[in-house]
Design a protein around this ligand. Structure first.
Ligand code: MN3
Length: 237
């Protein structure tokens, strides 16, 4: 993605506090004042590309059903809020604001999630290099310490949620934090550059209740080159 395009995207999603990495240009709504509805971004690889670590059936259901539901839910919430503005009836503004936060979190985090994975041995797995590696070592001590911290955060998410690696431009630091559901515990001013979905729908078919095994397997499909691109785009702002 071009830097200019990326910066435009940052602005377009600032309201939900996350960044829609990899959202195709036609889905961005900054042109000519026109607001378009959100649509499901295509996966950058086939459903079976992350086998054996993430199975094809899980990927298909996760993308086509779960992610689509967040896209639909976000569009619905935004339509209802627009309707409230048009009619002046804000009776349900709290309800639809919460729906917008939940589904918006779901849409943008899943878009990030697909983009920072790649087929094992073909873009996925291995270890980070370059500037990303340097900052990980500076902020977490070592890659191994980072990995242990990130895995522990993912394992310990209470109920459904995510572990995310953020970059915080205000102080130039990387930080690992948990998200509950799709949006709760979201820090202000920090931008996620990678993350793992630990909702049961992300792993239950293959791993059942063994979230720990899923997290260990997931490291084999992390697309470090994309994670570093996400970081560099923020460093260049
Ligand atoms: Mn999910």
């Amino acid at each position: 993605m071009e830097r200019r395009e990326f910066l435009r995207m940052l602005g377009s999603v600032a309201a939900v506090g996350t960044v829609a990495w990899g959202i195709p240009a036609q889905q961005q709504s900054q042109d000519a004042g026109e607001i378009r509805e959100h649509t499901l971004p295509p996966l950058p690889y086939p459903y079976d590309a992350l086998e054996p670590y993430i199975d094809a059936k899980t990927m298909e259901l996760h993308h086509m059903r779960h992610h689509q539901a967040y896209v639909d839910g976000l569009n619905r919430a935004e339509r209802e809020l627009a309707k409230a503005r048009a009619t002046g009836d804000f009776t349900y503004v709290e309800y639809w604001s919460k729906k917008a936060a939940f589904n918006g979190g779901g849409h943008f985090l899943h878009t990030l999630f697909w983009s920072i994975m790649a087929p094992p041995g073909n873009g996925g797995g291995g270890e980070p290099t370059g500037r990303l590696r340097q900052l990980i070592e500076r902020d977490f001590g070592s890659f191994e310490a980072f990995r242990r911290h990130f895995s522990a955060a993912a394992l310990a998410v209470e109920g459904s949620g995510w572990a995310l690696l953020h970059y915080r431009p205000a102080d130039g630091r990387l930080l690992i934090l948990q998200v509950e559901n799709q949006h709760k515990l979201t820090p202000w001013g920090a931008v996620p550059i990678m993350g793992i979905d630990v909702w049961e729908h992300a792993y239950y078919l293959k791993y059942q209740n063994r979230r720990k095994d899923y997290i260990e397997a997931w490291w084999n499909v992390v697309n470090w080159a994309q994670v570093e691109k996400n970081l560099l785009a923020l460093l260049e702002r």
